[in-house]
Design a protein around this ligand. Structure first.
Ligand SMILES: [Zn+2]
Length: 278
């Protein structure tokens, strides 16, 4: 069975901003300078792994990266992957108006890549924002967590959740947004497709993909370039101590997961969302 691989294209700077809850977000040019070319390096390595194994993915890209490095974004498309949209600057989409503003800021990116798929930053999206997406030509979103069979159409846009596996199988209810990671979700489901899931499970994610496939469902997996190829700033003891002491929920991101991706693409077949819904 073909599974769906998704990469949220953002710098470790955007992740580090999530740790401070957006309070220290520097301006776009400072963000690019702080990244120091690491995003390009991590993407080149990721593309190589996918090419060599003959797998394809959906890359949900932040609009502001068009100003950082248009060539690497073109390279994603040139190699046959899907380019989706991940907001402009990784701002949380708390209202449809926020989404409108982000789309305006990303005008050049949207005109150039014409994305039809959306992933909300921090996996937070409410139903009214779906109407905005539909009016801008988006046909699907993958901005929540849930079992495959809970995927549903909301205000004209298909919501396809990042994979979870229910502890107790049974009929699934249609997805209700927003549905980010929460303690109540963990009580019912294992979010093995999430970045944190892969961070914790590594190559063992394979076990859950097989389990989903046995239930006749493709798995939807999400990863980040900075978790596959972490920069020096994320591999030192200082970062790990900070994560463990202050941001325990982000602990799975303290592990480098390029090895896990190599294992997953060797053992499973991955395609993009666009290919899967055609
Ligand atoms: Zn993100």
């Amino acid at each position: 069975m073909k599974n769906i691989l998704t990469i949220d294209v953002e710098s470790w700077i955007h992740f580090s901003d999530a740790l401070t809850d957006g309070k220290t977000i520097p301006d776009p040019l400072s963000r690019k300078a702080l990244d120091g070319g690491h995003l390009r390096y991590a993407l080149e390595q990721t593309l190589e792994i996918l090419d060599r194994s003959g797998n394809r993915a959906t890359f949900f890209v932040l609009g502001e990266l068009l100003q950082w490095d248009p060539d690497i974004l073109e390279e994603i498309r040139r190699r046959g992957h899907e380019v989706g949209y991940h907001g402009h600057s990784h701002r949380m989409i708390d209202t449809p108006e926020t989404l409108e503003r982000e789309l305006e800021l990303s005008k050049n990116f949207i005109d150039r890549f014409r994305p039809v798929g959306f992933r909300a930053p921090r996996l937070f999206l409410s139903p009214p924002a779906m109407e905005t997406l539909r009016s801008r030509g988006f046909i699907y979103s993958s901005s929540s967590y849930g079992p495959w069979e809970s995927g549903t159409e909301i205000n004209g846009v298909r919501e396809i959740p990042i994979s979870t596996l229910r502890w107790i199988p049974g009929p699934a209810k249609p997805q209700v947004l927003p549905r980010p990671l929460s303690p109540s979700l963990l009580f019912k489901e294992i979010p093995f497709g999430s970045g944190r899931g892969a961070g914790l499970l590594g190559g063992a994610t394979s076990f859950f993909i097989r389990k989903a496939n046995r239930r006749k469902h493709p798995a939807v997996i999400m990863l980040h370039p900075w978790q596959l190829f972490p920069p020096e700033e994320m591999t030192g003891w200082k970062f790990k101590f900070n994560i463990l002491s202050k941001h325990t929920m982000f602990m799975p991101y303290a592990f480098s997961r390029a090895g896990a991706l190599r294992k997953l693409v060797a053992g499973h077949k991955f395609i993009s969302f666009l290919e899967s819904i055609k």
